[in-house]
Design a protein around this ligand. Structure first.
Ligand SMILES: [Zn+2]
Length: 275
């Protein structure tokens, strides 16, 4: 079933969202409609509601996607609200039509703390791409976080959460990630292994620039030594070139570090170590 959903949706994380609902660990999910999806949902005995509005996917710098309003007539796709019971799907559709982010978030099974966090920050981000990753990092303590809540690799289609946690230390989000991982293990153990391996990394997230993940890096106090052959970048740009040329990062704070001798200090950029 997961493979079938993946080939239709072209995304593991979207396919998994539907699987989580089917397995009963998520009450409802929101997914963009594609040809053939409703047939699979019926086959899975899931209920769904269809939005009255249309959206289109927009790729952000950094590789993640946001949906922006676009009329169905002009080629926009409708949103499906999927749940086991017909009522939740109906309520989710209604909550979004009323732009009630809080109600929608709770119906989608997100923790209350994270729903409030989203509401608080999304309003300020209204004109942007709803990417709250930098806000999550700012609300997190230090640079070391549990890998379960690593939502920085969304653009790489690797994520155990479908919401932004209120911090990388959010316990309720970690619990959801663990439940979701158990479902992936049950259906596709290789994928579960790949996710866990990818999520355990050091990374630099530079909003609007790119996401840079370091594997097999060694951290000694505030110095990280890495092998640039294991660098995975969402964007091949001048920052990527700098990281390739160097092999050492000296941390002075989560938003302040030296790559070789080049100083990076930016409130839209952070370093994090997920282990
Ligand atoms: Zn939370």
């Amino acid at each position: 079933m997961l493979q079938k959903l993946y080939s239709l949706l072209g995304s593991w994380t979207k396919a998994l969202d539907i699987l989580y609902v089917h397995e009963g660990v998520k009450p409802c999910c929101r997914v963009l409609d594609v040809d053939g999806l409703s047939d699979i949902l019926k086959e899975m005995k899931l209920s769904y509601e269809t939005s009255d509005f249309g959206v289109e996917m927009q790729k952000n710098v950094g590789g993640s996607y946001t949906d922006k309003g676009k009329s169905v007539k002009e080629g926009g796709r409708r949103v499906l609200y999927v749940s086991k019971d017909a009522q939740s799907a109906k309520e989710a559709k209604q909550a979004e039509s009323e732009q009630n982010h809080k109600r929608l978030g709770l119906l989608l099974g997100y923790p209350c703390c994270c729903v409030e966090f989203f509401q608080e920050h999304a309003e300020k981000e209204e004109e942007s791409d709803f990417d709250l990753t930098v806000n999550v990092a700012a609300a997190s303590v230090g640079v070391k976080h549990p890998w379960h809540t690593n939502t920085c690799l969304r653009g790489f289609d690797v994520n155990l959460l479908s919401h932004f946690p209120c911090s990388f230390q959010c316990e309720q989000s970690k619990e959801i990630a663990e439940k979701n991982l158990a479902i992936i293990k049950k259906h596709e153990s290789d994928l579960a292994q790949y996710f866990v391996h990818a999520l355990q990394c050091a990374l630099i997230y530079a909003r609007g620039v790119g996401v840079y993940s370091f594997k097999r890096a060694a951290m000694d106090r505030n110095i990280m030594v890495y092998d640039s052959r294991h660098l995975v970048s969402s964007s091949k740009n001048s920052f990527h070139d700098l990281l390739i040329r160097e092999n050492k990062i000296a941390l002075l704070g989560k938003q302040h570090f030296l790559v070789g001798k080049t100083k990076v200090q930016d409130d839209q950029t952070f370093f994090a170590l997920f282990s």
